[in-house]
Structure formats: C-alpha cells, structure tokens
Design a binder for this molecule. Structure first.
Ligand code: CA
Length: 245
C-alpha cells in the first residue's frame, strides 16, 4: 500500500525500546506499537538494552522480567539510580503480589501481566506516553508551607531540598496537592494519574504512594503529607504552619 500521502499529524511518533526474548510475543508487541505509529527498537537481552539506552533517545521502555542475562527489574533499578526518569513498563509472567510490588519498587511505572490483551497493551502505552499532559499547560506553582510544586519545571522543592521524582510520582503528588484534604480511592487515582482504572492494578498506586512518601521523608520535613485513610484511600495534607527544625 502506498502510504506516501498519509499524514499522521494527529498521532505523535515516539521511540519505544522493547526488551523481550520471546520472539512471538515480541513480534506481536512490535506490530501493535508500529501500527500506533511508534518507532520500536527491539532487544532480547539486558546488555543490548543498556547499550541502546546509553546511545539513543528513548521515550518509553517495555521490558520483560525473565531475560537470558537477568531480571528486567535490575535494569529498571539502574535506570532510576542513574537519575533517568524515562517511563518503564514491566511485562511480567509473575503476578503474585510480592512480585508485582518488587517490580514497582524497582522504579517501574506500570506493569502488564502475561498473557495480556493487545487492547490493554495499546491502552497502557497510550496512557504512559500521555502522562503529565494534562498539567503541561499550567505554568503556576503550588505553594504550601515548606513545599513548592512547580508545574512548568516539574520540580518539587521540599524544605529547601529538590526531590528527584519520576514523572509518575510527580503527577501523583501534583494531583493530590491540587485537591488538598480530599480523599481519593486507589481506583480514582489510577484513573486520574495513570489514565486507566482496571481493577487488579491498585498495587501500582500503593507502591507509588510509598515511593513518594520515602522521597518526601528524605527532606527535613517531619510532616506526614500523604496520609492513608484506612479503607478509603489517600489524601494530601499540607504542612502546618510551624517551625521545621
Ligand atoms: Ca522472557
């Protein structure tokens, strides 16, 4: 088919790295990503993937966990330790709670449990690439006692320390902080921050909340800013007007 006259102005093409050693699955994923107008680089090992990440600009990484030379989450950890906030999604055959939490704690933004439907894959990829878009047009900062959330630079300064948040952690904090003291369920947060609300993925929210809390706790604040409302969800409580010693 001659597609030379076809324009794709409505869909922006992104560079996606797929790390998957299962050939049939890799083909299926690539076919779908390409039909979404994305450019895919495919690797079958962590070593190859590390080289690609070091040399190419990548917008999203989809990674299998069980690879010939190791577990995908080790690469995810390395990426985050290097301060790289590129969105990462794990493709995992493991779906026990412990495995899911471990995967997310490695710094992954999301995960898909195999076998997954093509529709779900496409929806997740779209959601991960769309992240942060709803607040991109905002220039203002949110200011609380000791905490500044800058929407244009996507920077959070807590008690004079800049926090290194992943894009998803930033979006989550921003969403909660835009609605102080309002309680959101995990499904509501999935819907608002991740862009989907499939049940069964609520662990994603818990883990991101925990990561966010750990990072907030590294600042000199003693305040519990993101509170758990048992049986309901989470809320942002602005720091009280008090000395921060
Ligand atoms: Ca594998």
């Amino acid at each position: 088919m001659n597609r030379s006259n076809t324009t794709f102005t409505s869909v922006s093409s992104k560079k996606i790295l797929l790390i998957e050693d299962e050939q049939d699955l890799a083909k299926l994923v690539m076919l779908n990503l390409k039909s979404m107008n994305h450019i895919v680089t495919h690797c079958t090992t962590l070593q190859q993937a590390s080289q690609v990440i070091a040399t190419k600009q990548i917008d999203l990484i989809l990674m299998d966990r069980m690879l010939p030379d190791g577990d995908g989450i080790t690469l995810c950890q390395q990426i985050r330790e290097a301060g790289n906030e590129i969105p990462c999604m794990l493709l995992t055959a493991r779906d026990s709670e412990a495995d899911v939490v471990l995967g997310l704690e490695s710094g992954a933004d999301d995960y898909l449990v195999k076998p997954f439907s093509v529709l779900e894959l496409r929806a997740r990829v779209k959601a991960l690439l769309r992240r942060g878009k709803q607040i991109e047009h905002q220039d203002d900062s949110l200011e609380f006692n000791g905490i500044t959330i800058n929407c244009s630079t996507r920077e959070v300064i807590a008690f004079n320390e800049t926090l290194a948040l992943t894009a998803r952690e930033f979006d989550l904090l921003l969403y909660l902080a835009q609605h102080p003291k309002q309680v959101f369920s995990r499904m509501q947060l999935l819907d608002a921050v991740w862009g989907y609300s499939y049940s069964g993925y609520e662990h994603t929210v818990n883990t991101h909340i925990n990561r966010l809390r750990n990072k907030l706790a590294q600042s000199s604040s003693t305040a519990d800013l993101v509170k758990t409302v048992w049986g309901v969800g989470y809320k942002f409580t602005p720091p009280a007007n008090q000395a921060t010693a």
